[in-house]
Design a protein around this ligand. Structure first.
Ligand SMILES: [Mn+2]
Length: 360
C-alpha cells in the first residue's frame, strides 16, 4: 500500500507540509490556471505567517530551468502547481531529499507519494474528471481547509475559466460574480489577459504574479497588459481565417492537422478557439518557430479520442520527443526532422481507432 493512500491521510500530510514549510520554492505552470494556483498558495503562506515562499513560472518541459533554479535557491521545500512532475523522474530524483508538494490535475503517471513527498491529484480525492478540476481550484479547496480564502475566491475563478471548466463550477463562479460585483465577461477578460502575456510577451509573465497578488480584479483590467490582448487577437484572426483553406482535413478520421509558422507561440491560444468551433473533431496544431523543436497541441471536446494518449503514442520511438496532457487537451514537441513520421503515426493510430484505412 502506498503511503499516500486514503484521502484523510493525504489531507493531513498536506496540512503538515504547509504548517512546517521552511524556505520554499514554488514552480507553477505559466498559464492562467498555474498562475492562479500560485497566487492562492502565496496568500495561504501569508495567512499562515510564513514569509519564505518564492515563485517561478515554468513550462512543463522546462526541466533545466527548474533544476537550475533549485540549485541556485537551495530551498528546503519545493512545490509544483499544475505541473505533471510525476512524469519527470529525473527532477524528482534530483530534488528528492527535500520535502515536495505536488498539486496537479493531469493524468497520474505514477503515484510518487513518499514520506517526504505529498502528491495530490483530483483522482485521489474526488470523482470529478481531472481535466475539469483545475489546479487553481484544487489548491483553493485544499488551502481552504487551513486558512480563510473567501477574498481570494475570484483568483480560483480565473484559473477555472483559463482551463475551460466553467460548466463544472457554475455555482462557484456565480458566487464570485455576486461577492466581487464582477461579471463573467470581466473574469474571462482577466484569463485572456494572462494568455496574451504568455503568448506575446512571455518575459513579462512573472510580473503577472504581483498584479494578481496585490491588485483588485478591476484594477488589473486597467493595466497596460491589456494592449497585448489586441496584438494577440490580430494574430489569432489571421490564423483562424486561413484555417479552412490551409489545414489538412481527414473526414474519415475527423481530424484537422494545421501547420503554422507564426511570429510568436500562438498555437495554444489558436487551438482553443478552433476547438470551440469544432468540439467533435480531433484538431492538431503544429507550430514552427524556427527552433530545433516543433511544438504541437491537440484538442477534442467529446472525449471520443483521448488527446493525451494519441500524442503519447504518436511520439513513441521519436528521440527527444515529449507529449502529455489531458483527455480533451494535450501537447508536446518533436525534433524538426521527425515531422513526417509524427504525421504518419497520428494517421496510423486514428485509422486503427476508427477501424478504417486511408488511401494516402
Ligand atoms: Mn491546469
Amino acid at each position: 500500500m502506498s503511503i499516500g493512500s486514503g484521502k484523510s491521510l493525504l489531507l493531513r500530510r498536506f496540512k503538515d507540509f504547509l504548517k512546517e514549510a521552511k524556505k520554499t520554492l514554488a514552480f507553477y505552470h505559466s498559464d492562467a490556471d498555474g498562475l492562479s494556483a500560485s497566487v492562492i498558495m502565496a496568500k495561504t503562506f501569508e495567512k499562515l505567517g510564513n514569509k519564505n515562499l518564492s515563485t517561478v513560472p515554468v513550462e512543463y518541459f522546462e526541466t533545466e530551468k527548474m533544476l537550475k533554479t533549485f540549485e541556485k535557491e537551495k530551498p528546503q521545500n519545493v512545490i509544483f502547481l499544475d505541473i505533471a512532475i510525476d512524469s519527470k523522474p529525473d527532477v524528482i530524483r534530483k530534488m528528492g531529499k527535500q520535502s515536495l508538494l505536488i498539486i496537479d490535475h493531469h493524468k497520474i503517471a505514477s503515484d510518487i507519494n513518499a514520506s517526504n513527498i505529498v502528491f495530490i491529484k483530483p483522482q485521489m480525492i474526488s470523482t470529478i474528471e481531472p481535466s475539469r478540476y483545475p489546479a487553481s481550484k484544487l489548491t483553493f479547496d485544499l488551502c481552504s481547509s487551513l486558512v480563510d480564502l473567501k477574498k481570494e475566491r475570484w483568483i480560483a475563478g480565473i484559473g477555472i475559466i483559463g482551463d475551460k471548466s466553467e460548466k463544472q463550477w457554475k455555482e462557484f463562479l456565480k458566487l464570485i460574480e455576486k461577492e466581487n460585483k464582477i461579471s463573467y465577461e470581466e473574469l474571462k477578460e482577466l484569463a485572456d489577459l494572462i494568455e496574451a502575456v504568455k503568448v506575446v510577451s512571455p518575459q513579462d509573465f512573472a510580473n503577472l504574479f504581483d498584479m494578481f497578488y496585490f491588485l483588485e480584479p478591476k484594477q488589473i483590467l486597467k493595466s497596460d497588459f491589456v494592449k497585448l490582448k489586441e496584438k494577440l487577437n490580430k494574430a489569432l484572426d489571421k490564423w483562424l481565417s486561413e484555417f479552412e483553406k490551409n489545414a489538412n482535413f481527414f473526414p474519415e478520421l475527423e481530424l484537422y492537422f494545421y501547420k503554422i509558422k507564426p511570429d510568436f507561440p500562438i498555437k495554444s491560444a489558436l487551438i482553443d478557439r478552433l476547438t470551440e468551433k469544432y468540439p467533435d473533431k480531433t484538431i492538431i496544431v503544429l507550430e514552427d518557430l524556427g527552433e530545433a523543436k516543433l511544438r504541437f497541441s491537440a484538442r477534442r471536446q467529446d472525449f471520443k479520442v483521448k488527446m493525451n494518449e494519441l500524442l503519447e503514442k504518436a511520439v513513441q520511438g521519436i528521440p527527444q520527443a515529449e507529449a502529455g496532457g489531458h483527455v480533451p487537451a494535450a501537447a508536446g514537441s518533436i525534433p524538426r526532422g521527425y515531422l513526417k513520421r509524427f504525421e504518419e503515426n497520428i494517421i496510423k493510430i486514428l485509422e486503427k481507432e476508427y477501424d478504417t484505412q486511408l488511401k494516402v
